[in-house]
Design a protein around this ligand. Sequence first.
Ligand SMILES: [Zn+2]
Ligand SMILES: [Zn+2]
Length: 348
Amino acid sequence: MKAAVLETYNQFVWKEVETPKVKPGEVLIRIKFASICGSDMHIFPGDFHPRTPIPFIPGHEFGGIVKEVGEGVSGYARGDKVAIDPIIWCNECPACKRKHYPACISLKLLGIDLDGGFAQYISVPHQMLFKAKADLPDEYVALVEIYGIGFHANRRAETKEGDVLAIWGAGRVGQVILQAARTITSETIFIIDPLDNRLEIAEKNYENVIAINPNKENPVEKINQLTNGKGVDIAFEAVGHADEIKGVHTPIRSCINSIRGGGKVCVLGLSDEPAPIVFKEMIWKEAQIVSSRVSDGEFDEVIKNLELGKLKPDALISKIMHGSQTQEAFQLIQNEKEKYLKVLLDLS
Ligand SMILES: [Zn+2]
Ligand SMILES: [Zn+2]
């Protein structure tokens, strides 16, 4: 088979490697499309070293068709369309014992801790597979994992019909939180980002979305004004590393300032930088902060919503390139990060 192998940091080579052999309990998948994630962009230059050694095959967002079913596996047949949940938890740590898998102390992912999906084939334990209908486009199946993050965040925040939301960050994660939230609440959703092209994608694809560019107007003031001083029920922080904007508080503090009394903030943005908050502002509201990491089996829910046409995957796909162009794809995203949401690799 062919695979995009990260031979040295910053250098992918599309080359012939050995096709994996299917072991008992496993299923061999012919991968159709893989999607490039923000964390892949960190693996590329070696930011995750030594967690991702080289040579290495990244890719944790992908889907394909069952090619061969291993010994002892039932419920799958050659030709089935499947999404692959890349998460491997230990099942032994205190979090796993409570079935709180995203908090597993030794959580591993295909494509980060083990070779992943930037390849034509992969053999994985059957428990990692989620079936989709044959007519669901292969491109969409590669997006199930990232949608899982959006659905999981809404589950952590306990979003319900009638909730008014604010989402800080209209990048990949912000967009999937928005799309997942739209399957739950029809009320107003504010989305905040300094990039107009990302705000436009959110506004164009959904009704009742109000985009706010913090370089042009103060998001907290605007939300207060448009909710008659009430604030939103839930604010999501999906920014991570935030640029400083004059006269505007950090995204996390802005989230706290934009929720109603008793409201909730859900944090997903990953950053190594401290983000100062004023606890008095939280205490006055008796507000809650919850956090959300990866997904926790929301794959079936995502696939069902994709099949019902309730999500807008085309709004996320910026570009599709062939696997042999993996190096170009990464350079493109590296050079013009703002321009792309999801770039897919076609592994045919
Ligand atoms: Zn990812
Ligand atoms: Zn564990």
